[in-house]
Design a protein around this ligand. Structure first.
Ligand code: KG4
Ligand code: ZN
Length: 339
């Protein structure tokens, strides 16, 4: 149906998601099945567990998305699916489901880049298009800056050289004995501590090339906990006297490491607007500091609703619409890629 909505399928990490979206914007349904409970015992996402869980749930999630939208497969215009980047075993589950449905019903299929879809998600609820803008995509799996000229026109400006910011929150939380996912746990504890108690290092990118890095910060937290002696054992969480100070000081350093390159990139690019998306975009301290720095630089930071910050398939179906308009469908041989 050329005028029908698009079914989006997302399975790149630990959320099994499907959504039905019309014209890139009108969300008819959006179902997200989180695997947090299945991974929480491990303190992080276990790839094999994730892949198998996607396989168990993908059909039910797609069915529910279609039901909630009140449409059948034959009402669709196309199927958009995340093909990269992500956990390869997880991606292949969503892609195989999408290929099966597309082949079975003769529907066009559209491959979508997960991080670009996060950036696009930032525009879905805005009254006006923000282009040109810079998008900071900051989550458990990615930390990247994009220049966006239009819905399907984006260019990656910078990415993390090592860990994603959310991953650093998760790892530090686990060192402190806080529950997974670590971002909300650290954000909840931080207000009880002093953000200036410990001067954790801030990664400095070359001025001409913005980039991010979080592994040095993570190691600095570990060394702090070990009393600056790598040979000491990591103390048990209940033996860490300054947990709240560590949480507050770590959060401050992580936020600074995000704010500086983002403002710099927006200035270099000569844009007015910064979109902030991804799970870490929920962090209140990040919002406060980024908005303040943006205002000081004469820029505007925009934060979309939390529903579209975290992994979902509405953003896949949404961007899929514009990709289909711009480039047409892919053929059924398309493959997934971890990178
Ligand atoms: O976008 P998301 O749900 O999944 C992907 O990684 O794609 O992001 C999850 C990440 C986790 O690392 C989580 O700890 C982090 O976002 N997060 C936060 C906060 N809420 C979630 N990090 C810092 N502060 C928060 N309030
Ligand atoms: Zn994501």
């Amino acid at each position: 149906r050329p005028d029908g909505p698009i079914l989006g399928i997302e399975s790149s990490c630990d959320d099994t998601a499907a959504a039905v979206v019309r014209d890139g914007r009108e969300v008819l349904s959006s179902i997200v099945r989180s695997q947090i409970e299945e991974h929480s015992a491990f303190g992080g996402v276990v790839p094999e567990v994730a892949g198998r869980s996607h396989l168990d749930h993908i059909i039910a999630v797609v069915d529910r998305a279609l039901d909630d939208a009140g449409v059948g497969l034959d009402d669709l215009r196309a199927i958009a699916v995340t093909t990269r980047p992500g956990l390869i075993g997880s991606l292949l589950v969503g892609l195989s489901a999408a290929k099966g449905l597309a082949f079975g019903r003769g529907l066009p299929i559209v491959p979508v880049h997960h991080i670009e879809a996060h950036a696009y998600a930032g525009t879905m609820e805005l009254d006006e298009d923000p282009y040109p803008c810079v998008a900071l995509v900051v989550s458990g799996g990615h930390t990247a800056l994009y220049r966006m000229e239009g819905h399907a026109r984006m260019e990656c400006l910078a990415r993390t050289l090592d860990d994603a910011a959310g991953e650093a929150f998760d790892k530090v939380a686990s060192l402190l004995g806080l529950p997974y996912p670590g971002g909300p746990s650290i954000a909840a504890l931080a207000p009880e501590g002093n953000p200036k108690a410990i001067q954790f290092p801030r990664y400095r990118a070359k001025p001409e090339r913005p980039s991010f890095s979080f592994s040095g910060l993570k190691t600095a937290v570990l060394y702090h906990l070990r009393g600056q002696n790598a040979l000491n054992p990591t103390p048990a969480p209940e033996d860490i006297a300054d947990r709240a100070d560590v949480a507050a000081s770590f959060q401050e350093a992580a936020v600074d490491a995000l704010v500086k390159p983002t403002i710099q990139a927006a200035r270099d690019q000569g844009v007015q607007t910064i979109l902030v998306v991804g799970g870490v975009a929920r962090n209140e301290r990040l919002r406060a500091k980024l908005s303040e720095a943006a205002e000081a630089a004469g820029l505007r930071a925009v934060y979309p609703a939390p529903t579209y910050c975290t992994d979902n398939a509405a953003m896949i179906a949404g961007l899929g619409h514009h990709l289909l308009e711009a480039h047409g469908p892919a053929d059924l041989e398309l493959d997934a890629s971890a990178r």
